[in-house]
Design a binder for this molecule. Structure first.
Ligand code: HCS
Length: 564
């Protein structure tokens, strides 16, 4: 493992090319599961591995693309995986990667595969792969962020194996179920894989824009295994027509973008791998500085919160909403969805989900709510609970990069919440109070913010993955509150340069004409440095103010939204 990680961090790693294409070229029958060839034609599988090693591949990939429990009973699966790893080892490569492809059935709601079942099947494979001695796992050809997440968690929670994770993008930059490259790279690297990237589908040239997005945002090594294009039928035979030299030319462009793990996918052969090896001999690995942004995602949409006003919708919270409370309690998720849609249609860009009610299993309801809402809602979700177990239940099944609401400066909260934020790779809101309560001064609140950021770094959480909440108390009971919040926001910007979030309507509790107070407060906070107000987007007057702020801050180019 150490040798692999050292090469990964300092050098190029060359992965092999296609396996299926090689079977086709060697005339093996195409109407049986190719994973069975490990048992029926071991000499051919071994010879293919050897050809790739001879061509210069550092990593050979086992013939196990769909060696999973959906296709094989456990006993047979175990035999196949054992033999596949032995055959790969027989070629004496530097590293053997266990190949883990999609289960072969669509995830819910398009198909019937549940997250738990996918996890179970991936776990079965991963445990066998580690037992029989592979060096790493390449999870590949994934289109669904939830499926690849199930695979990553299954490998990480049940083995010690490093993971390279690749998804398959079409020329339009999305997987065939709609995941874009930015969302994929942010979500997958958040989940703690060792390398992230793309494989299959397009030629390397067609993949260049997708790869550019990935190399721009990846904090970890990037892997690309492109196809030799799409096959054409010539004289009843399927052929790939791209020339090796053209393929390698685009690979070199990718290397210049910072890609350091390359290999081939469908249509590529040892000739391609040999040519890449030769071209890498003259290239220098580029260790690129990635763009550091604060970003949250659903499976189809990433919001980068830097340099813009982002509206977090109060969203799904039963407080003061009896119908919603009843719906959550009785698990009427279609009602919950209806409420959620009202909020996002009104302009909520990130949707808060809070299901804390007495007498319910909050974790279970959080998981089900997230699962249900994300099938219909494109906006990223903010998981809201003070319980780490509830946040984890939501994050586990979330197909994206969640916003966690929240951690605070108490030792207990940081100890409980940070591991969840790190494991599931989200962004977290840090509330500026601790064991001693809420400081009365801006300086006191900023000190807690510093403590939160410092402690988060011990868990490997970067500053850009934290939003600080200066805490808003009602001005009716805390007359100096507005000034303290404004001063805290200013200090958070000047001293910590951190992004900020605040619940706007807390200011007006207990007073008449709340909307006027909220609007005025929102404007003042944004001028002081508030990035992400938590608001009720169904309040028309507040949304009018938002549109004014967007116009004045030049986020509404040519006043297009304002004049609507
Ligand atoms: N790695 C497999 C599947 C690619 S889509 C193969 O056949 O080479």
């Amino acid at each position: 493992m150490k040798e692999l990680l050292a090469s990964l961090n300092n050098d190029f790693l060359l992965v092999d090319g296609a396996m299926g294409t090689m079977f086709y070229q060697k005339g093996l029958p195409m109407d049986i599961q190719p994973e069975l060839f490990n048992l029926t034609h071991p000499e051919i599988v071994a010879a293919i591995h050897q050809e790739y090693v001879d061509a210069g591949a550092d990593i050979v990939t086992t013939n196990t693309f769909q060696a999973n429990g959906r296709h094989f009973k456990h006993e047979k699966l175990s035999q196949i995986i054992r033999q596949a790893i032995q055959l790969a080892k027989s070629a004496n490569p530097r590293f053997v990667a266990f190949d883990m492809g999609p289960i072969g059935e669509m995830m819910e709601p398009v198909g019937k595969l549940t997250f738990e079942e996918a996890y179970r099947l991936f776990k079965e494979q991963a445990v066998l792969a580690e037992k029989f001695g592979c060096d790493l796992i390449i999870i590949e050809t994934m289109s669904d962020l939830l499926e690849i997440k199930a695979a990553i968690l299954a490998v990480k929670e049940n083995t010690e194996l490093p993971i390279f994770a690749t998804m398959t993008f079409q020329q339009n930059g999305r997987t065939f179920i709609g995941v874009d490259a930015l969302t994929a790279v942010l979500t997958l690297q958040g989940l703690g894989v060792e390398a992230v990237g793309v494989n299959c589908s397009c030629t390397p040239k067609e993949l260049l824009p997708t790869v550019k997005t990935i190399t721009d945002y990846a904090k970890i090594p990037v892997i690309v295994q492109a196809n030799a294009g799409l096959p054409k039928i010539e004289r009843d035979k399927s052929v790939y027509t791209i020339k090796v030299a053209d393929y390698v030319e685009s690979v070199i462009e990718m290397v210049e973008m910072g890609v350091r793990v390359v290999g081939g996918c469908c249509g590529t052969t040892p000739k391609f791998i040999k040519a890449i090896r030769q071209s890498l001999a003259e290239a220098q690995p580029i260790i690129k500085k990635s763009k550091r942004v604060t970003a949250v995602s659903s499976s189809q949409k990433t919001i980068i919160l830097n340099n813009r006003l982002t509206l977090i919708s109060r969203g799904i919270s039963p407080v003061g909403k009896l119908n919603l409370e009843n719906a959550i309690r009785n698990e009427h998720y279609s009602y919950v969805l209806k409420e959620a849609l009202r909020e996002v249609d009104a302009g909520g860009e990130i949707l808060d989900i809070n299901v804390s009610l007495v007498d319910i299993d909050e974790s279970e309801v959080m998981a089900k709510t997230v699962s249900f809402l994300q099938k219909s809602i494109v906006e990223p979700l903010q998981l809201d609970s003070i319980e780490a177990s509830v946040l984890e239940a939501g994050a586990r099944q979330y197909a994206g990069r969640p916003l966690f609401n929240s951690v605070n400066g108490t030792k207990e909260s940081m100890k409980d919440i940070f591991p969840i934020v790190k494991k599931y790779g989200g962004v977290v809101i840090g509330m500026t109070f601790d064991e001693d309560g809420i400081p009365e001064t801006a300086e006191g609140r900023v000190l807690i913010a510093k403590k939160i950021i410092q402690q988060a770094s011990e868990y490997g959480i970067d500053k850009e993955d934290i939003l600080i909440d200066p805490l808003v108390l009602p001005v009716s009971t805390q007359p100096s509150q507005v000034q303290v919040v404004i001063d805290t926001l200013k200090l958070l910007k000047t001293e910590l340069n951190v992004l900020t979030v605040a619940g706007i309507s807390n200011i007006s509790y207990g007073l008449p004409n709340r909307s006027l107070l909220d609007r005025t407060f929102l404007t003042s906070c944004v001028i002081a440095g508030l990035d992400a107000p938590i608001i009720n987007p169904l309040s028309e007057s507040l949304m009018e103010t938002v549109s004014t702020i967007k116009l004045f801050s030049n986020q509404d180019k040519n006043a297009q939204q304002y004049v609507k």
